[in-house]
Every structure is written in C-alpha cells, then in structure tokens.
Design a protein around this ligand. Structure first.
Ligand SMILES: [Zn+2]
Length: 136
C-alpha cells in the first residue's frame, strides 16, 4: 500500500449534533463546523526504504456539504495563516419556540424535547411532535 500524507486509513462516524470544531484565525474571527466523525490520517508518508509512516486521529468536519479531515481542511490556508482549532461539545440546550404551540421554550438535545419557559405542561406538545402532527 502506498500511503500519501493526508490519506485516511479508517473512519468512525459521530453524531454531528454532539461535537464541533471551533476555528480562530489571526484576526480573531471565529467559526465552527460540525464534526461528522474521526479519522486515522497519515501525517508523515515514508519516502525511502526503512522510513516509517506516522498517523494521528483527527476530526472530520462538514463544510457546505463537503467532508474533509481537519488536516485536509487546513490545507485551504498557507501554513502561516492557518487558524487555530479545538474540538468543543455542542451546547445541549438552546432557546426556540415550541414547534407545536409557539410558546417560548428551551430545547434540550437530551431527551430531544422542548420545555415551555413559563413552566406550563409540555406533554401535549411532545405528543403532537412524536405523532407527527407538528414538526420541529
Ligand atoms: Zn408547546
């Protein structure tokens, strides 16, 4: 097998709702991309007999429908301009209108449910969502 730098040897999918990569460039601009998995990537390719290849485990991100390992994604910049990056766990809750009744609510990824901010009963709304009578 002839391995080039950046070759992916193995891929383990991940739920893109759980993890994201945060990038920070030299101007302190920040953006995030969802992590769709982790890959074993060749970081050093053997060139001569007796030379060894090296690998590492890196996140695979999605950017406008394109999937690439973080190593490949960072190749979009010159080495001196490459953004710093780190893996973050996505927020597990967010503010959103209840899709069933429109009340202000907090969505919790676990247990995948909307809770009304005014404390009113959300079970009828949850049942409408589960039955497909309302969609998030
Ligand atoms: Zn509701």
């Amino acid at each position: 097998m002839n391995l080039d730098r950046g070759s992916i040897l193995n891929f383990a999918p991940a739920d893109p709702d759980l993890w994201e990569v945060e990038f920070v460039d030299r101007e302190d601009d920040r953006w995030t991309l969802p992590v769709i998995g982790h890959a074993v990537v060749v970081t050093h390719a053997a060139k001569d007999a007796g030379d060894l290849a090296d690998t590492g485990v890196y996140p695979v991100v999605e950017d406008d429908g394109t999937h690439s390992s973080i190593i490949e994604y960072l190749n979009n910049w010159e080495l001196k301009d490459r953004p710093r990056w780190r893996i973050l766990r996505k927020p597990r809750t967010r503010q959103a209108a209840c899709p069933a009744c429109g009340l202000e609510a907090t969505y919790a990824a676990d247990p995948d449910r909307y809770f009304h901010n005014d404390g009113s009963d959300n079970r009828p709304c949850w049942l409408r969502l589960v039955r497909g009578e309302a969609t998030a």
